[in-house]
Design a protein around this ligand. Structure first.
Ligand code: NAP
Length: 258
């Protein structure tokens, strides 16, 4: 597919890298106004440009990874030269209805919520579209399945997906940081503590994803009666481990909803 990514920042570059590494036979263009920091993408065969309209007419898919306040400017620039395009927007808070209104009936709005692990083929990209566009949206789903998982969700859960899947990356990293910090307290240097903590989280995730079971079933396998694991878990829960995470996720959702 010919993929045209407008907004070569954190998310746009992650998607471009993911597509170049994990999705076959795509021609990728990434645009931003100041391209110096992303010229290295050209080594992977990605076209980098400051011109949002360059090759856009040939594109099968346009992906918007710009900030909400940049949307109108970008659309004013590209809409005069495109029609019958699928526009997949990763812009937080921009509803399908609003985007569809902005781009007119001749183009198709799809909403995506990837995260920056896309560059490692490990994003959880939630996708929503209007039922009548399900045929055209298939390409987007297929594309993002190459970059991790790509569940199609009801759009009313998109804010929740933003918090769980996009902000969730930061929450998971904070867990790893805390675990690393504890590792230093109990005797490791930070590099070793970090490597152990990160790999342990990766291992736990891989077991969950492979076995598709409730986390408690796996926790039970590592928790010996009267052992150190249950002692640690109990102490963490006494200090609000699960509840602080739930409260944090709900606070993030409240913030997003304004
Ligand atoms: N970061 C994440 O993890 C994440 C996850 C999910 C969703 N999102 C959403 O994705 C969007 C982008 O987030 P981000 O973190 O990637 O932001 P970012 O790093 O600031 O990227 C936005 C990019 O858009 C470019 N841009 C601005 N105006 C432009 C224009 N007229 N034409 C072409 N490019 C233009 C900017 O580069 P120049 O200034 O050089 O033009 C910048 O590189 C936001 O709406 C955010 O809510 C982000």
């Amino acid at each position: 597919m010919k993929v045209h990514i407008i907004g070569g920042g954190n998310l746009g570059v992650s998607i471009a890298l993911g597509l170049a590494r994990f999705s076959k036979n795509n021609q990728i263009t990434v645009t931003r106004r100041h391209t110096a920091s992303i010229l290295h993408l050209e080594e992977l065969g990605i076209t980098v440009s400051t011109d949002n309209k360059q090759r856009i007419q040939e594109a099968d898919v346009i992906i918007l990874t710009i900030k909400p306040y940049q949307v109108d400017t970008v659309l004013a620039e590209i809409l005069p030269v495109i029609s019958n395009k699928v526009i997949a927007s990763g812009v937080s808070g921009l509803s399908i209805e609003n985007l569809q209104k902005k781009i007119g009936d001749s183009n198709i709005a799809v909403r995506i919520m990837p995260n920056i692990a896309a560059q490692f083929g490990a994003s959880a990209t939630c996708i929503s579209f209007n039922e009548q566009h399900s045929e055209q949206a298939k390409n987007i789903v297929t594309l993002f399945q190459d970059l991790g998982t790509a569940p199609v969700i009801d759009e009313k859960l998109m804010d929740a997906a933003t918090v769980l899947a996009a902000s969730g990356t930061a929450f998971a990293l904070r867990y790893i940081r805390a675990s690393m910090q504890a590792g230093i307290e109990i005797g490791f240097d930070w590099q070793t503590a970090l490597a152990i903590s990160a790999q342990t989280v990766k291992g736990a995730s891989e077991m969950i994803l492979a076995e598709n079971i409730h986390p408690e079933q796996l926790i039970d396998r590592v928790t010996t009666p009267q052992g150190c694991t249950i002692a640690g878990l109990s102490e963490m829960e006494t200090h609000g481990f699960s509840s602080s995470l739930v409260r944090g996720i709900k606070a993030a959702l409240k913030k997003i909803k304004g």
